[in-house]
Design a protein around this ligand. Structure first.
Ligand code: 1GP
Length: 229
């Protein structure tokens, strides 16, 4: 089982987006702790396999965050399986997982599977729309959702997803208060080293996504902000 508990910084790369070889090398050799491969729309077997193969030229741990049954590609170090705790559409909570087990159950190496209690806090995010995520309006609500993930469901990871929007520190801190012994990932809207450091002071691991495609130098600067140079 991959040991994510020491991770402070990760990049999330989207198979549906384009990244050049030099840029990918800079990301993989940046000193980040891991690369998470994932996205909400347009993720296919072929574009996931292609991105994994290119990342595999480097030593950095590589995780697939599964969002589409068609795009489950063997060869990653581990697989993060999101359970959207605040999904408003109950069919988004377990139905895809049951379909996946029916299709691929006999191929699964269970020691590579890690469940994430996923809390989607940006209502404009694609994943929020896809799952009809219920709002997380304040820190107390975030704490309660995190406790459902950790104290009731006993999930090892809580992932607070603000994809595309920088998080409300009160909500992020509330979530942290409910995380207990689980590992806390924060992702969303990190665009500066200061924001990376602010969220890394609350969360165990931060995730930097869109910035890779918008401003590579700024994305690389978030690594040192969190891990030191
Ligand atoms: C997305 O949490 C990640 O799943 C990162 O968010 O793309 O906004 O950095 P951004």
């Amino acid at each position: 089982m991959i040991d994510y508990r020491g991770w402070r910084h990760t990049f999330k790369l989207d198979p549906d987006k384009t990244i050049g070889d030099a840029e990918l090398e800079a990301i993989c050799e940046s000193g980040t702790d891991a690369i998470i491969v994932g996205g909400t729309y347009g993720v296919t077997y072929d574009n996931t396999l292609e991105l994994m193969s290119r990342i595999r030229r480097y030593a950095v741990p590589t995780i697939l965050e599964i969002s589409s049954l068609e795009a489950v590609v063997p060869g990653f170090d581990s697989y993060f399986v999101p359970l959207v705790i605040n999904a408003g559409d109950p069919d988004m909570i377990f139905a895809p997982h049951v379909s996946g087990l029916l299709a691929y159950g006999s191929y699964i190496h269970w020691d590579e599977i890690i469940a994430e209690g996923y809390l989607i806090a940006n209502p404009e995010a694609g994943a929020a729309k896809r799952t009809q995520a219920r709002p997380i309006a304040d820190g107390a609500t975030a704490k309660a959702y995190a406790q459902v993930a950790t104290q009731i469901c006993r999930l090892p990871i809580v992932y607070l997803e603000y994809s595309g929007q920088y998080g409300d520190p009160e909500v992020v801190s509330g979530c942290k208060a409910g995380v207990h012994e689980a590992h806390f990932f924060y992702g969303g809207g990190i665009r500066t080293p200061q924001q990376a450091a602010e969220m890394a002071a609350i969360a165990d691991t931060i995730v930097v996504g869109n910035l890779v495609y918008e401003d590579l130098e700024a994305a690389l600067a978030t690594v040192a902000a969190v891990k030191g140079s």
